[in-house]
Design a protein around this ligand. Structure first.
Ligand code: ADP
Ligand code: MG
Length: 346
């Protein structure tokens, strides 16, 4: 390349580059859509994907839905009903979304159809977007709630399409994301379907053990022990609770160590480390237990305003968090006589 002239990119190119930051692959679209459904107070969320999500993604919920005007605004850039200004962000966001960019970004790189009817009453509306342009808005039939369909992801971004993996690999990512939200929200009935076959369905009963059974099967569910997090040392975490598996039920991957911070699906590496350390010599090297752990902290002390795809969270005092989680898990294993008491902890 010889030209060194600095040009301004055309708006369409800018938009597609920006969209790529939010939507990297089918699983990232699924993540955004499930978050929207949960933020919309859904009690039932059904995720159905075709060909690993490459050909189609459909997320249907029974949440609050949208009126026609709201729907038209929802697909605009930086439009959200969730925060008003930077102060809301500083004081801690209760919803999963707040950037107001997901629907717009997905619409820029796919054929997007949203059909929705407000729970509060009123008509259903269907809106279609293709490659960033609203192509149609019209009355439709839909029960209260919302269905979002994403077809032909990246059809207009060939470079991105090339980087998609085999459908089975893309589906693995979709499955991991959907499983994580199902575990984080036992009171929401989450169903996942791939090419018209059901992968799992949780009942939404609110029972964590039952949710684990639905996603990981009976054997794993029966191996789970309760982490109650009573008398954890003082530290940044207000509480640590959830389930961890008997050491004999383990896998060769960290993938089944799920950690949630204030209900958010995140990777808290320090918490994963703490879980593994709590098992001490009970686990062979490179073997990892199942864990579903909910960490609660003062929302003002965690920064959620990181990149939409950066799942890693950091705490101001990582060492103290580690101590608290390790203690909580150790306690759960001790009660079952599964680990020996180590030397008194300082
Ligand atoms: P954000 O979630 O950050 O607000 P999105 O682009 O994901 O941004 O969504 C924009 C807006 O559209 C949301 O703030 C919400 O008002 C509305 N919305 C999106 N999905 C749904 C849904 N499933 N049910 C009801 N409203 C929705
Ligand atoms: Mg959102």
């Amino acid at each position: 390349m010889t030209a060194s002239e600095i040009r301004e990119l055309d708006p369409q190119t800018v938009e597609r580059i920006a969209a790529g930051e939010v939507v990297e692959r089918p699983a990232s679209a699924v993540k955004e859509l499930i978050e929207n459904s949960i933020d919309a107070d859904a009690s039932r969320v059904t995720v159905a994907v075709e060909n690993g999500g490459i050909d189609g993604i459909r997320v249907r919920d029974d949440g609050v839905g949208m009126a026609r005007g709201e729907l038209e605004r929802a697909v605009d850039e930086h439009t959200t009903s969730k925060i008003a200004d930077i102060d809301d962000l500083e004081s801690g966001v209760a919803t999963l979304g707040f950037r107001g960019e997901a629907l717009h970004a997905i619409g820029a790189v796919s054929r997007l159809t949203i059909t929705t009817r407000p729970r509060a009453g009123g008509e259903a509306t269907e809106l279609t977007v293709a490659g960033g342009n609203v192509t149609d808005v019209r009355p439709a039939g839909h029960p209260s709630g919302t269905t979002v369909e994403v077809d032909d992801l990246f059809y207009n971004v060939p470079a991105r399409q090339k980087y998609l993996k085999q459908p089975s690999t893309e589906f693995d990512h979709v499955n991991t994301v959907t499983t994580s939200y199902a575990l984080a929200n036992p009171d929401v009935a989450v169903t996942l379907e791939h090419d018209d076959r059901e992968t799992f369905a949780t009942t939404g009963s609110g029972d964590l053990q039952e949710t684990v059974m639905a996603v990981y099967g009976r054997e794993v569910a029966q191996a789970m022990r309760t982490v109650s997090g009573e008398d954890i040392p003082d530290g940044p975490l207000d509480s640590v609770r959830g389930l961890v598996s008997h050491p004999e039920t383990n896998r060769a991957s960290r993938e089944y160590l799920s950690t949630f911070v204030n209900g958010r699906y995140v990777t808290a590496s320090v918490a994963r480390e703490a879980v593994v350390d709590a098992y001490d010599t009970q686990l062979a090297p490179d073997r990892y237990p199942f864990a579903v752990l909910f960490l609660e902290v003062d929302p003002a002390t965690v920064d959620v305003n990181v990149h939409p795809r950066k799942m890693e969270v950091r705490f101001a005092d990582e060492a103290a968090v580690k101590k608290q989680v390790e203690h909580a898990v150790e306690q759960a294993l001790l009660e079952e006589g599964l680990v020996r008491t180590s030397a008194p902890r300082g």
